[in-house]
Design a protein around this ligand. Structure first.
Ligand code: GLV
Length: 317
């Protein structure tokens, strides 16, 4: 029987399935393992079912025991793993695409709505009974007729585009390559980030974190936005230069932000906390029972496929 280290506590049905298939080391206290502890815990294991909170950088990967053949990441993103380092060590890395598209797109829409319609201020006012209706109380930005710029028109970007279109938004997008008109579904292609930013009343960051996208939203690129634009990020914190975005909020270049992901999670740049116009969530993208169950099942399927065939359709390195 193969031995698997599961770095974070999973939903009960997923842990039950794992117990039937493998000799598993579960993390019943859901302790956040340090890199050293993770290496120590993986001793004698054939694979690791990792989470986005595990920093599997080059140094950590190089210290993993030789018995480790697969890192099955419980996430669609894999910015927490050095893919090259894993490849050099002959370790396969897999992810969980598709199953979390709908749940994450829902949060992407919530960020847009929350930031545009001043939900953070509204919740605070309602909870403290410190409000009174008036014709100009908490006037926000209407989505109908606004232009939504989607950076990264993958599965999640497309789903956000579909919902936003039904809300009356006009969709623009930028991708490495233009999609077929079928896939575009009426969205307008912008050939570079600059042209996307310049037509974005609302920006939705949906692209994966990679060496190319780190700090893509920065001091220079933010300047291309129309004044008073809204910036939302449902992808990864690493894509945004926080100081530049907070500065843009301070200068009212940016009207509001909607964020679910942060550099250095769970800590976030305290500059955001000073802004009532920051609608912030604690990385809830895939957080529904259906989706978390399906993600863990896919991470387990990936282990199964890999141990049976030596390969896996969701291998990313
Ligand atoms: C969630 O953020 C994921 O990448 O799965």
């Amino acid at each position: 029987m193969k031995k698997i280290l599961v770095t974070r506590k999973l939903l009960q049905s997923n842990e039950e399935r794992l117990k039937k298939l493998y000799d598993v080391k579960l993390n019943s206290n859901d302790e956040l393992y340090s890199q050293n502890k993770l290496v120590e815990m993986s001793e004698g294991c054939d694979g690791i079912l990792s989470a986005l909170t595990d920093k599997l950088d080059e140094e950590t990967i190089n210290e993993l025991p030789h018995s480790i053949k697969i890192l099955s990441n419980f996430a669609v993103g894999f910015g927490n793993i050095d893919l090259e380092a894993a490849k050099k060590r002959g370790i396969a890395v897999t992810n969980t695409p598709e199953v979390l598209t709908d749940a994450t797109a829902e949060i992407g829409i919530l960020l847009i709505l929350g930031a545009c319609r001043r939900a953070a201020e509204g919740i605070e006012g309602a909870r403290s009974s410190n409000w009174k209706w008036s014709a100009d109380y908490l006037i926000g930005k209407q989505l109908t007729g606004s232009r939504l710029g989607i950076l990264g028109m993958g599965r999640i970007g497309k789903k956000i585009a579909k919902i936003a279109k039904s809300l009356g938004m006009i969709i623009h997008y930028h991708n490495r390559s233009k999609l077929s008109s079928d896939q575009e579904n009426g969205a307008i292609y912008q050939k570079d980030l600059k042209s996307l930013m310049s037509v974005s009343d609302v920006l939705s960051v949906c692209c994966p974190a990679s060496k190319e996208t780190v700090n893509m939203i920065n001091k220079e690129t933010l300047e291309f936005l129309p004044k008073g634009a809204v910036v939302t990020n449902v992808a990864r914190g690493d894509i945004v230069d926080d100081d530049a975005l907070i500065d843009a909020l301070n200068r009212r270049k940016v009207y509001a932000v909607g964020l679910d992901v942060y550099k250095g999670e769970p800590n976030l740049n305290p500059g955001y906390l000073k802004h009532k116009s920051a609608f912030i969530l604690p990385h809830l993208g895939s957080a529904t029972k259906e989706t978390r169950t399906a993600m863990a099942n896919l991470a387990i399927d990936n282990l199964e496929e890999f141990f049976k065939s030596g390969n896996c359709k969701n291998k990313v390195n």
